[in-house]
Ligand binder design. Sequence first.
Ligand SMILES: *Cc1c(COP(=O)(O)O)cnc(C)c1O
Length: 394
Amino acid sequence: MTVRAGREFLAIPGPTTMPDQVLQAMHRPALDIYSSEMVELTESLLRDLSNLFATAGKSYIYISNGHGAWEATLSNVLSRGDKVLVLESGRFAIGWGMAAAAMGAEVEVLKGDWRRAIRPAEVEERLKRDKEHKIKAILAVQIDTASGAVNDIEAIGRAIKAAGHPALFMVDTVASLGCMPFEMDKWYVDVAMSGSQKGLMTPPGLGFVAASDRAWDAHKKADLRTPYWDWTEREGSEHYRKYAGTAPVHLLFALREAINMLHAEGLQNAFERHRLLGEAVRRAVAVWAEGQVLGFNIAEPNERSNTVTTVTVKGADPAAIQRYAKEKCGVVLGTGIGDLQGQAFRIAHMGHVNAPMILGTLGVVEVALTALGIPHGKAGADAAIQWLGENVKA
Ligand SMILES: *Cc1c(COP(=O)(O)O)cnc(C)c1O
């Protein structure tokens, strides 16, 4: 017996649920890539991406996933042997750093841990010790999708300035852009990157990068540049050069529609929606945690992200919960990855999500816990309902 007929619901942190309007926007013939309509589409998207990153700097669109956009950021500003400082808060900055090492940079990891966000004071202290300014770039993620941590990018940017250090500050916003505030220029970020398939509600396949003037200065001297990623190549006069080849026309139609939807909702409203739904999830997890099996991976409440919650499972099998949710109820939960493999599951609450999707997902987790006999505090989903009822004002 199952109760899973109908549309399966993806509660994984990417790719996320795409709005019907976004899917429909792609259901049309391709454009002539030399037409003025194509040029206008590109220009509108580049402008809107810079606005999303909150920068006066230029943005670039790559036909790639987040890993490709990582490579774009690194190759455009670094030279072989440059030292890069990676700020650990889970898995993703580490992965970005591994790409830098493979490309010929010298990588140092500022040790963090999987249960906490980056501590800005430690960044400042490390940079102050780098008196010769050997470190050329600092890599951090805004939200680490594996651990569920949200980093205070503003405070880290201030710490870098307080240390008087000239390294470029580079930030991964793949799991946060469009879901929470990001202020590239105000927070002293030099290079920001993101991807299409998480908060931006678009199919996987587009990578985004934004560059400050300081990043452009480094770009002029960088020797890791290669033709496809190169910003200078993309500044050529022909529109064709913007994509270093054929434009990913349908993905651009999708992205246009997704950003239109974000504008229609209002960015601040979208951020608030993520905060409310993220807190609803946390209310439920806090109740389940009373059973001593489930818990929050991130120890400090104010370091838990509004787009993904990583739930640790001790003395039971998280895969059994995921299997039950999917096979019996049609909800696909995220798996624990990296250090948390086999010890956690993840609930995504990013992008095109609303109350029924989140309350439904929480309800299904609770059904699974009951069916599998896993000890848990009762009425977690109820706590989420109660909280939304009190905070989403009539
Ligand atoms: C998903 C993700 C990535 C990697 O993106 P891909 O599109 O899978 O290559 C990078 N950073 C963060 C924070 C992510 O969540």
